[in-house]
Design a protein around this ligand. Structure first.
Ligand SMILES: Cc1ncc(COP(=O)(O)O)c(C=O)c1O
Length: 401
């Protein structure tokens, strides 16, 4: 056997990837699969940002940059945090990473010691537990109940905190639940955290701009005077500017944490790609950035409503009204114990496999997110595809026996 490191075994194989790979193979074979798996906007990066990248290449921005990024980007991110979130980070309190995912990973690596606990609400984004384990941490899941729109309560949070708890992770708006906390609900959680002076917060705000139904966004670090010094705020260009492939993420936080992350990054990737940096700064400061976000957000809100309404009419399915991000997360457990041809449906994985095989619709089982009773459908696709896919799901459910 090839002598791999033990840490590789710590990381779970992604169930999601298996379904995605099967859907891709079916498409390649010419089968018309409706894909609800996408975790990225179906829009293209706005033209002015792409033009800025071409100009950056022409200007020779092709060499090493400082580890945190060029000063222009640091300043633009600090300006964004001040302007949009009321967070007074100084430019030196900002660093960047190769997407939100890399930012989170570096931060867990910089802060967790073996055995430190991380309080993680479920349903959660698939990578949190794996990153926490890689950094030596122990995941303590707090279940956000469907009956409470997947949101955890202050009481649940208080009960989950132990003397070993080092970080509380909050992701609002959320992947995969599509839920978002209102400012008062977040403030109530912030009060609980504030009462535990050793507890840090990772606030993953990457879906900040994709929030619906008139709900107001609030940054966790600004909710209590004690929390600014104890919170790391994560954001990225991936979802709001349709820039998933560019790999631009950023963190604002206490100086000592940012310095530690920079120290790690300097020995790993050095910095993010040079010619993405000035375009990323422009996206945050040019009014066209906010305009493109607003146009995409409006489309997503429309689709959210449409997908949710259509899913709500399906028999025996319950579905929380999405408040943000681009996901519906319906409960399909009423169909457990039924069969679809040779496949016996016992959880979200077998449901998704049967749906793909027999109705040619790809969804993401919630197992990797701590919910084996739910599947995730992304509405980052056209209304036509949404209708076609849900028609197929309706036909599939009728045949289950
Ligand atoms: C909640 C959440 N955090 C972080 C990320 C990572 O974003 P990025 O693509 O910028 O690495 C994702 C991506 O799907 C996400 O859903």
């Amino acid at each position: 056997m090839f002598p791999l490191a033990d840490r590789v075994r710590l990381v779970s194989e992604s169930i999601t990837l298996a379904v995605t790979a099967k859907a891709a193979a079916m498409k390649k074979a010419g089968i018309d699969v409706v894909g609800f798996g996408a975790g990225e906007p179906d829009f293209d990066t706005p033209g002015f940002i792409k033009d800025a990248a071409k100009a950056a290449l022409d200007k020779g921005q092709t060499k090493y940059t400082p580890t945190p990024c060029y000063p222009e980007l640091r300043a633009a991110i600090a300006q964004k945090f001040n302007r949009d979130n009321g967070l007074a980070y100084k430019p030196e309190q900002i660093t960047t990473g190769a997407g939100g995912k890399h930012c989170l990973y570096m931060a867990f690596m910089a802060i967790l010691n073996p055995g430190d606990e991380v309080v993680l609400p479920s349903p959660y984004w698939v990578s949190y537990p794996e990153q926490i384990k890689l950094a030596g941490g122990v995941v303590r899941v707090v279940r956000g109940e469907e009956s409470n729109g997947f949101k955890i309560t202050p009481k649940q949070l208080a009960e989950a905190i132990t003397p070993r708890s080092k970080i509380f992770v909050i992701n609002s708006p959320s992947n995969p639940g599509g839920h978002a906390y209102n400012p008062a609900e977040l403030k109530a959680l912030a009060e609980v955290v504030a009462a535990h002076p050793n507890l840090l917060v990772f606030s993953d705000e990457i879906y900040e701009k994709l929030i619906y139904n008139g709900l107001e966004f609030a940054s966790f670090a600004g909710l209590h005077p004690d929390l600014f010094e104890r919170t790391l705020t994560f954001n990225c260009h991936s979802k709001s500017f349709a820039m998933t492939g560019w790999r631009v993420g950023y963190i604002g936080g206490p100086q000592v944490a940012i310095d530690a992350i920079n120290k790690l990054q300097s020995q790993m990737t050095s910095h993010i790609t040079s010619f993405t940096q000035i375009p990323a700064a422009l996206a945050l400061t040019d009014p066209r950035g906010a305009e493109s976000i607003a146009a995409m957000r409006d489309q997503f809100e429309w689709r959210a409503q449409h997908m949710w309404q259509r899913l709500s009419t399906l028999p025996k399915i319950t579905v929380v009204h999405p408040q943000g991000a681009f996901y519906c997360f319906p409960n399909i457990s009423a169909y457990f114990g039924t069969s679809a041809g040779a496949i016996r449906i016992t959880d979200a994985v077998s449901f998704s496999a049967a749906l793909l095989e027999q109705a040619h619709v790809a969804v993401v089982p919630g197992n990797d997110c701590g919910f084996d009773t739910h599947v995730r459908l992304s509405f980052a696709t056209s209304l036509g595809q949404i209708d076609k896919g849900i028609d197929r799901i309706a036909g599939f459910l009728k045949k289950l026996g």
